[in-house]
Design a protein around this ligand. Structure first.
Ligand code: NAD
Ligand code: KPL
Length: 303
């Protein structure tokens, strides 16, 4: 079955290139006819790995091309997910599957509500990739992708294709736990790197701030019935700060480039969930307010 990959950005290109070179049928779905023309002029997608670049001439189309879409990898940012998925609604068959690669929480529910007949598979990835140029992506960090449908232990047979493509992955019924844990890590690290204008490793200089955020995030996770995601959160955050010490967080990079952030699906989602649980999280609320003010001062979207 064909893998349709919507979004030829960092992760979409990384997945599409590996599936394609494993001999699997892949089609990219690009934003517009202009992007499609530019893509064709480039001759395909280039993936840079260990300093070596390879060009993959993956077939591409736009959303309004005809033909059914049965398995869709939605590889756009969280704030684009609902509209991007909806643009393919007329092409989705009754048993269509959509793999949602978005970070954070909130966008997955929006897609599932908008497309109630599609089978949504959630994903949480620690792989790292960035765009060096249009249609040229660098595979920057090996990682792992968790896939799952909440509560469903039976994995689909096509996961074997990910193994064939060399994409490190596992199926889990506790995909929400994985997404919550990553969200908590991102909430404890990313906003602070923006507010302190620093690399992840520099957060060693603010241990009390990191610990206080982790304490509130732990209470939030427990009140949302996410015990596994709550366990050892501070230790894990400290581990990630060490392991990625030289890196700038993704949110730091978005702000530095004047790009929209995924704040609404990370810290914004956490603060809204706390309000819903009637949980007092003053540090998270204050950081959220500071971050919103910081974005507003730079003319960046607040959602
Ligand atoms: P990206 O901005 O590099 O790529 C997104 C692509 O989607 C862009 O090319 C954009 O033009 C395209 N797009 C958006 N709407 C579209 C539409 N309607 N039709 C066609 N194309 C459309 O983003 P990314 O870095 O690949 O991130 C995708 C998601 O994965 C995010 O939620 C991110 O947080 C998460 N993530 C990224 C990484 C990483 O290393 N890049 C790692 C883990 C998780
Ligand atoms: O995922 C990250 C990001 O930068 O978005 C890490 C490296 C874990 C920091 O939160």
């Amino acid at each position: 079955m064909t893998w349709h990959v919507l979004g030829a950005g960092s992760l979409g290109s990384l997945w599409a290139a590996r599936l394609f070179r494993a001999g699997l049928p892949v089609r990219l779905i690009l934003r517009s006819t202009e992007r499609l023309a530019a893509y064709r002029a480039a001759g395909g997608l280039s993936l840079v790995e260990n300093g070596q670049s390879h060009l993959y001439p993956i077939p591409a189309e736009t959303a309004d091309t005809s033909g059914p879409v049965q398995r869709l990898l939605l590889a756009c940012k969280a704030y684009d997910a609902e509209e991007a998925a909806a643009s393919l609604a007329p092409r989705l068959g009754p048993n269509a599957e959509i793999i949602l690669l978005q970070n954070g929480l909130g966008s997955q529910d929006a897609v599932a509500t908008r497309l109630p007949r599609a089978r949504c598979i959630l994903a949480s990835s620690t792989e790292g990739a960035f765009r060096e140029d249009a249609f040229r992506v660098v595979f920057a960090g090996q990682g792992h992708t968790w896939l799952g449908i909440p509560g469903q232990t039976q994995a689909p047979g096509w996961l074997a294709e990910l193994t064939q493509a060399g994409i490190s992955h596992d199926w889990t019924a506790d995909i929400l736990g994985k997404l919550w844990r990553k969200l908590a890590l991102n909430c404890a690290i990313n906003p602070l790197t923006v507010m302190h204008n620093c690399r992840n490793g520099d957060l060693r200089d603010w241990p009390h701030e990191v610990a206080a955020l982790c304490e509130e995030l732990t209470r939030l996770l427990l009140s949302c019935a996410q015990k596994d995601a709550a366990d050892g959160l501070l230790t894990d955050v400290q581990r990630v700060i060490e392991a990625t010490a030289a890196n700038y967080s993704s949110m730091y990079q978005d702000v530095a480039r004047g790009q929209r952030t995924e704040i609404a699906y990370l810290l914004g989602y956490a603060c809204a969930a706390a309000r819903q649980q009637q949980l007092n999280v003053p540090r998270l609320d204050a950081l959220h307010a500071q971050l919103l003010a910081h974005l507003a001062a730079r003319g960046l979207p607040l959602v």
